[in-house]
Design a protein. Structure first.
Length: 241
């Protein structure tokens, strides 16, 4: 079934909003229940986020491709999965949905809709960590889309859960999330840092996407990736972070 751009863009909005609700809401709940044990709070936060990703990708992937991430949208466009003219609509709805999800999570826990984070995240280690996290995410998505498309949801959820732990930045790996997470909770960062961080993140994600796209073109053997939405103008890459 072919869905209109409006329907797909709205699904990207809703999916990204629910993803941020899961990330932020579980972070708030984990901080409240962990009794000061940061490792336990991060474990709860990572498991909740990974589980939410699996559920959202399985539910919404057949409609929009379940990107929820500008980096994934750019990679999909580079691979010919969606038209470049549709990219701005996807990204705009992802960013809007991210802010909406953060606001909803704060409202659910009785907090101000938006307030500043005090978690400082800067420096070369953070930038390098995000490069690795994003490259790994796009590699997992690209690989699953080419070979095991039905496993993409579980692979992405598992990767993000793990990346919380093996990256010093706790794996933002998503410009929309980076923008929206300038709020105070377990994995936030100060909003004054948000603009430079996001500029680096977007540049890094485009670079990762181009690198994977070029690698894919070089290694094509005539087989085409199969997903639930096949033709041009419909997503070939399923998933997000």
């Amino acid at each position: 079934m072919k869905f209109t751009l409006r329907s797909r863009a709205m699904v990207e909005f809703g999916g990204t909003a629910f993803l941020l609700m899961a990330v932020v809401g579980s972070g708030i709940m984990a901080e409240r229940l962990a009794g000061g044990n940061v490792a336990l709070a991060l474990l709860a936060n990572s498991i909740a986020t990974g589980a939410a990703l699996v559920a959202l990708i399985l539910a919404l992937g057949p409609i929009s491709g379940a990107h929820f991430n500008p980096a994934v949208t750019l990679l999909d466009a580079m691979q010919g999965g969606i038209a470049w003219a549709e990219v701005p609509f996807y990204i705009a709805m992802q960013i809007t949905g991210a802010f909406g999800g953060v606001a909803a999570a704060h409202l659910m826990f009785g907090l101000p809709i938006f307030f500043a984070s005090h978690h400082l995240r800067s420096g070369r280690a953070q930038i390098g960590s995000e490069f690795i996290a994003t490259f790994g995410l796009l590699a997992v998505i690209w690989g699953c889309a080419r070979v095991h498309s039905q496993a993409a949801a579980f692979a992405v959820g598992a990767y993000i859960t793990a990346a919380y732990w093996f990256t010093s930045s706790t794996s933002f790996a998503n410009p929309a999330v980076t923008l929206a997470r300038g709020q105070r909770y377990l994995r936030g960062h100060p909003p004054r840092r948000c603009s430079p961080v996001c500029r680096r993140a977007i540049g890094r994600d485009i670079g990762c996407g181009r690198g994977l796209s070029m690698a894919g073109d070089a290694s094509k053997t005539g087989n085409t990736a199969t997903t639930s939405r096949g033709s041009r103008g419909q997503s070939r890459v399923k998933l997000s972070g």
